[in-house]
Design a protein around this ligand. Structure first.
Ligand SMILES: O=C(O)CCC(=O)C(=O)O
Length: 290
């Protein structure tokens, strides 16, 4: 469980790191599940519902940017947030009723795995209130050369920034037009089993992976059950099946939150990496992204 000091730190900085949240056996099962998914990607030649490919992905040398919705691919990814200690941590931060918004496993392939430009998760999916956060589990040790996620402390107190380019949503902030202290960003480095927790408004991004090892970061987004997406709920059964504890509600809680809708929609819906190529000025060098 979190101490009051850690809870205060999360609210002050919008980012918190915690060691030893996943144990040895859980990490071993996750790594096996990941290896099987990477093996299956050998026959895939285009982005699909499961895989986001690095531009140089081949059958002989599979290179993935992301596995989409890992909680639907293997029980270990579904169970992890539904068991202690993560479950209790989420309830401390979000209350008794918690829903998963989504999950993703960002692999950042070794030697050149793609960077991600600065962005706020809120820009992708504004809700009726801001009781939302993301948890990132380091499935392997993560160092600076692996291209760790970096989170700008205090940026969750700021506005929601423009994430459009060429007249469409692109999922990235133009670093030259937003005066943030990018150098102050906290790198999410640590031993395998460490988690980061960042607020839905926190500005974050990551450099390319220059190391000879991949950087598997298992990310989940969660919200209080009374935070409802402003872009609508297309499938109420799927929505409620993502409750991880407590009860769903049909009475959204409304907060005076800053909102920009992610519209007009990005051209390549479903790949943040492709969307961000629309940005004119990048902060990070792209890695393998052409
Ligand atoms: O993988 C990373 O370094 C950042 C992840 C992220 O911000 C995202 O997938 O939205």
């Amino acid at each position: 469980m979190l101490t009051q000091h850690q809870i205060d730190q999360f609210h002050r900085d919008g980012i918190l790191l915690l060691e030893n949240v996943a144990d040895y056996n859980t990490l071993a099962t996750m790594r096996d599940a990941l290896a099987a998914l990477v093996e299956k990607s050998r026959t895939v030649t285009q982005h699909d519902a499961i895989y986001d490919l690095e531009p140089d992905h081949t059958t002989e040398r599979p290179r993935l940017r992301r596995i989409k919705h890992p909680h639907l691919r293997h029980a270990v990814f579904n169970d992890f947030p539904r068991t202690e200690p993560l479950l209790g941590i989420l309830q401390q931060l979000l209350g008794p009723d918690v829903r998963m918004h989504s999950s993703k496993l960002n692999l950042k392939a070794r030697v050149g795995g793609s960077s991600l430009e600065w962005h706020q998760d809120w820009a992708f999916h504004p809700h009726t209130n801001s009781s939302m956060l993301a948890v990132g589990l380091m499935m392997e040790d993560c160092r600076m050369e692996n291209g760790p996620m970096r989170v700008i402390p205090g940026s969750h107190q700021g506005p929601v920034y423009d994430h459009n380019a060429n007249g469409r949503f692109c999922g990235a902030i133009d670093p030259d037009s937003v005066a943030l202290n990018y150098a102050s960003a906290i790198p999410c480095v640590g031993k395998a089993g460490t988690i980061s927790i960042h607020h839905v408004f926190s500005v974050h991004g990551s450099a390319a992976n220059t190391s000879p090892y991949p950087r598997p970061l298992l990310l989940y987004e969660f919200m209080a059950a009374d935070a409802w997406p402003l872009m609508g709920v297309p499938d109420i059964e799927a929505f409620d099946s993502r409750m991880i504890c407590g009860q769903p509600t049909y009475a959204p809680r409304l907060e005076a939150v800053p909102v920009r809708l992610p519209l007009p929609a990005a051209v390549n819906l479903g790949s943040i990496y492709e969307n961000q190529t629309q940005l004119k000025r990048r902060y990070f060098t792209p890695g393998d992204t052409p």
